[in-house]
Structures are given as C-alpha cells and as structure tokens.
Design a binder for this molecule. Sequence first.
Ligand code: NAI
Ligand code: MG
Length: 366
Amino acid sequence: ANPSLLILPGDGIGPEVMAEVRRVIDWFGANRGLTFDVSEDLVGGAAYDAHGTPLHDDTMAKAQEVDAVLLGAVGGPKYDDLDFSVKPERGLLRLRKEMDLFSNLRPAQCFDALADFSSLKREVVAGLDIMIVRELTSGVYFGEPRGIHREGNERVGINTQRYTESEIARVARSAFDLARKRSNKVCSMEKANVMESGILWREVVQEVHDAEYPDVALTHMYADNGAMQLVRAPKQFDVIVTDNLFGDVLSDCAAMLTGSLGMLPSASLGLPMANGRPKAMYEPVHGSAPDIAGQGKANPIACILSFAMALRYSFDEGAAADLLEGAVEKVLADGVRTADLMGPDGGTPVGTTQMGDAILAALDAG
Ligand code: NAI
Ligand code: MG
C-alpha cells in the first residue's frame, strides 16, 4: 500500500502554503513514482466554523491511523474571543497530546543565499545545518506540584521539573535515530551541575547511547554554555537533544541564526507504530499570519521544507528530501524571493504560487 498522509491546512495562510505542498507531492508522484494516499480535513478555526470544535473526533481518529500528518497553521483574530476550550490552538494541542508527540524537531538550516538575513555574521552561519530535538510532553511545564500559594504573608509561584527515566530514554532514542540519518553526532544539553533532573538526564542519555547507539558520537554540554556556543560557533553541532524548557529557548535562539520565519519547518514525533514508522506531525514554525492572509504573498517554503522532513524522517526517502531541499536552495540562489525575504535594497517579490512554480521548475531541472 502507498504511505498515507493526512493534510490539515488550517487557517489564514495555512491553506495558501499547503496548496503549494500539494503540487510538490503531486510532482513526486508523477516524476519519481513516490505516491501517497492523501486525505485532507479541517483543523483550528476552520473546523470550529464547520463543526463547533477545533478538531473533530473523526479527524483525530484519522490522524492516529495515517503514516504522517502535515499541518498548515491555526488561529486568527476571528477566533480570539472564543472560549478557551474551543480555541483553534486546542486542536493542535489535542493532536500533540493524543498522538503523544514527545520529540519536537526544529532544524536551523541557513541557505547560503539568505546568510545575510541572519542576526550573525555570514561566515558564522553560511551552510549551517543543525537540528534541535526538544522534549515536548514533560518537564517543568507539566510537573506537579505547581501553582501559586500563600506562604505567611506573601505569595510563592511553584513549578516542578520532573523527568522519568523512560521519558528521557525515549527522546534520546529519537535524537540518536535522527543522528544516524544525518552526521551521526549528538550533543545533549542540561544543567547537571545544579539540577537533579539534569544529573538523571545526563546518565540516562549516556546509558541509552552505550547500550543501543555506540556508533553515534555523543557529547554533553551545560545548557547555558550551549546557548553561548550556538551563537559563537553553531556549525560545531549536528543534533542537539534537550529538555522542554531549555529546548524552547534554545530552538528559538537557533531559529534566528537563519533569517525568516517563513523558512522554518518542524516535526513532532512519537513512538514507533506497528509498521516501524514513528507517529508524526510536520508543520511550519510560523502561524496563520492574518496580516498577509488572503493576499497570495505568504512564503510556502517553511511548509514545503516540512514535507521534506516527512520524506526524510517518516518515509526514509532521504534522496527525495535532498532533491526537494536542493530545489529550494537553487531557487533562492537564483534570487527568487517572496516579500518576507526581500532585503532593504528591495527588488520585486514573487507571490506564493510563483514561488511554488519556481520550486517545481527547479525539481524538473534537477
Ligand atoms: P505568525 O507566525 O502568524 O506571524 C508573525 C509575522 O511573520 C507576521 O508579520 C507574518 O506576516 C509573518 N509571517 C509568518 N509566516 C509567514 C510566511 N510563511 N510568509 C511570510 N510571512 C510570514 O505569528 P502571530 O502573528 O504571532 O500569530 C498569528 C496567529 O497565528 C495567531 O492566531 C496565533 O495564535 C497563531 N499561531 C499559530 C501557530 C500554529 O498554528 N502552529 C504558531 C504561532 C502562531
Ligand atoms: Mg518558544
């Protein structure tokens, strides 16, 4: 059977950028014999408008069955005043929670043609290609006890950083598996110098490595030093694995090494299914961009690169992923730019569809 994909375009620019991904998927079917069983459904505000809920139970069930979910973006001003329980974001959170997507992959890849957009000097970032793996379902954002209490005559705010051995081991495995599809190098970041959970984190990552992944080069680094190193010399890294809190901060920091939000893909992975593929959802980092929605000028590259990640990490189609990333790189090198990628000296930007046209033409040529 063909591998299956559930496409959830969502709101705002979500459907606009996803339309270009559909054309890329069709291209691989027509030209590389890589055919997917694609179904499409609603999520977020679009699902709320149709069903009164940001994620219908049938859609949730479908997401659990397919090999991978591709999501556009959810939300928008139209839904800002909705009750918390039916807000568009809740659709996304339900998918992450019920699919148990504990491993969040955020690549920071700097295309040479865009190196001058980075917050850093060109020579520090040109050619950068690293991956931050963030634990997404545990840690200090979820640990108990939590709350704001009164102690004597003042209030105290409490959160608890809590990690079980199995939570650490499974995200470590996910990072090691990825490393084997890349440069076989993992750096684990925590604060074992001052945190008990950090000590356990370091021990368990090392144990999983020694028992199951001795071929992968593993190093450990304190997360504060990691932040410095990411900005000083980011190309020293390949895969970085870290907890939920440090991963939140470090992945946003790494994102800014590369330029525009319109370029950043992501993946969230869970446990392997019966067919050996991990539960998986792929989505651009950006939101629904209401300020430009409906104008045909959104950059589809973040969503297209999210599909490239699906090719690589769900379907073991590394060559197809290379081809697609190469096409994006070529188009950028040729100077094709959506408005978000225009420098101060200007030029004429292309729209969403023309960027899609250019990428398809590069695929044809390559
Ligand atoms: P946003 O990412 O939607 O937009 C931030 C800025 O970046 C805007 O100026 C936008 O025009 C620009 N931008 C974003 N993606 C772009 C693209 N592909 N091409 C060109 N320009 C792009 O974040 P914002 O404005 O904070 O949130 C807007 C809505 O999206 C809110 O309802 C928010 O809750 C939702 N959101 C949804 C996310 C998701 O679905 N995963 C993530 C972040 C926000
Ligand atoms: Mg963040």
